[in-house]
Structure formats: C-alpha cells, structure tokens
Write a new protein. Structure first.
Length: 301
C-alpha cells in the first residue's frame, strides 16, 4: 500500500516518528524499481538518494545499497510443508461469432498503428490500450460490452466444462477475473446450474468479505468468484483447492498473489491452477510476455 510514494498513505507514514521500522511485503517490486524507493523512504529515510537521482541508478547498484537492510525469503524456502502446486493452461478457441468480432477489432487497431510514427502512437496510447482491452474482452465473451450479443463464447463453454469436472471431484474453486462484468455473467450461469457461490469485488465491504471468507473456509458454498485486483491480496481461502484464472493479466505477479489466496500456509491439499487461454489471440501473446517476465524475476538481484 506504500509502493506509490504519491499516495496519501505513504505521505502520512513518512511523517511518523518511529525509532524502529520494518516493512513486510510479498512483492516489494511489482511494476517498477521506484516502488522499493518509496518503501525505504519510510523504513530508512536518507539511505537512498532523491527520486530523480534514484531513477538514474542501475538495478544492480540499488540491490547493493539495500542489501544490508533487506531480508529475502522465497516461499519454498520457508514453507517446507506447503502443499504441491499444479499449474495448467486450459485452452479454448473463439466461436465463429466471437471470431468475426475479434478480427474486425484487430483490423481497426492495425489500421490505427500502420505507418504511425512513435509520437503518433504515443498520442493515441489511450485508444490503443482501450483497443487491447476490447480484444481481451472478446476473448472472454463479447457480451461484456455488447448487451444484445446472443452468440456463443468458447471460453464460457470451456469454463463450465471445467467446473463440471471440478464439481465431480468434490473440489471447490476460486474463480478470478479482472472484469467484474465477467463475474456477473458467470454468476448468472452458476445460478442456472444451481451452483452456490460467494462473490467479492471492489465494492464489497471489508467486514462482509471476512464473513464470506470464514463461511467458505468452513465448507459453505461450491465456489468463490473474485475480482483479480480486489481479491488478490489479504484473503486466506485455504478452503479452496482449485484456482481458475479466467483472463490472463499482463503482470504475472498479480496472478501469483491471486494463487496465493489458496496456496498458502494452512493448505493441506494439492492446489490445481487453471489458466484459461484462447488460442490464436492476444491471450497467447500475454502468456508469452508473462513467461519472459517470470524468467526476469527469477534472475533479479
């Protein structure tokens, strides 16, 4: 919560007069190196130079500066009794109606960037990002933005085939999506199939969240729908032994946090993770980007 030095939380904590201060984080660096600068401005102010000068330092030099004050422990080093984790890609294909919309959106984006200069692309960055999001929504189902869409969705069909298999095994899954509207559509189908569920989004009050978490861990309901960003941290859901990631996120750390809701201390069963991926689409590119980022993280100082 303090990795962004501009937030009111970080600013307020820098005003505290504490003789000793520790920071505890599962992901001290998630997106950029400046996040560690913000943390150390609270933990040990004065150790690192100004933000402007810090931005000029290499990652290797930063690692050397903070090393005497930094204790890193990997999950597999400290949780020797942690249950096994199985990760699988669960692929599907676009339905014919999905494919028509996907290719039309892809052509629009290609026309937007074809022959464009770096400055022109920069000026249209918001439109390009919105277009990429639209492609990702189509991979889930065009119904996320087309109210009158009546076509099929390869991913929705694949998801409920998987849920039927999981249900037969007696397992209880956590189902994550970054799109709350996707969770709403899944919820509607769960009700048709008479599968009971809890749901957490960014709009769910904190006391209500904890109540649902406690009930789920006690064995109530068949599955748990969770918004990726809203439920990626702070939840202990060892009552689930399966995690389904409906849509891939650019940063694999966010997904790792989501998986950690179930695969954590106190979990006694093997945790199966399914990443739903639509073949021949932007999701395959995201998966390749994730693998590249993971390799970088593994070799980070």
């Amino acid at each position: 919560m303090i990795k962004n030095s501009q937030t009111k939380t970080a600013q307020a904590l820098r005003e505290f007069d504490a003789k000793t201060c520790y920071a505890l984080s599962g992901t001290p660096i998630e997106n950029r190196l400046k996040e560690i600068w913000s943390i150390f401005q609270i933990v040990l102010p004065g150790l690192l130079p100004s933000k402007k000068e810090f931005s000029k330092l290499s990652p290797q030099l930063v690692a050397k500066l903070i090393q005497p004050f930094f204790l890193r422990r990997k999950k597999d080093e400290v949780l020797t009794e942690l249950s096994e984790l199985s990760e699988l890609l669960y692929s599907n294909e676009l339905s014919s109606s999905q494919k028509t919309l996907y290719l039309a959106q892809l052509r629009r984006m290609q026309e937007m960037v074809a022959g464009a200069s770096a400055d022109e692309i920069k000026r249209h960055k918001i439109e390009i990002l919105a277009g990429l999001t639209r492609l990702r929504q189509i991979c889930n189902t065009p119904a996320l933005f087309l109210e009158d869409y009546k076509g099929d969705s390869g991913k929705m069909d694949s998801l409920f085939e998987l849920l039927d298999t999981i249900r037969e095994k007696g397992s209880r899954p956590l189902i994550f999506s970054q799109f709350t509207s996707m969770l709403d559509l899944i919820e509607q189908e769960l009700e048709k199939k008479e599968m009971s569920h809890f749901k957490i989004t960014g709009q769910t009050p904190s006391d209500k969240r904890q109540e649902m978490v406690n009930l789920f861990n006690q064995g109530e309901k068949d599955c748990f729908l969770i918004s990726l960003k809203a439920g990626g941290t702070g939840l202990n859901l060892t009552g689930a032994d399966t995690v389904i990631l409906c849509d891939l996120w650019w940063n694999p750390v966010v997904e790792m946090q989501a998986i950690g809701r179930s695969h954590r201390l106190g979990q006694t069963k093997q945790v199966d993770v399914y990443r739903l991926i639509t073949l021949g689409t932007i999701e395959k590119k995201i998966q390749e980007l994730q693998e590249s980022t993971k390799r970088t993280l593994q070799h980070r100082p």
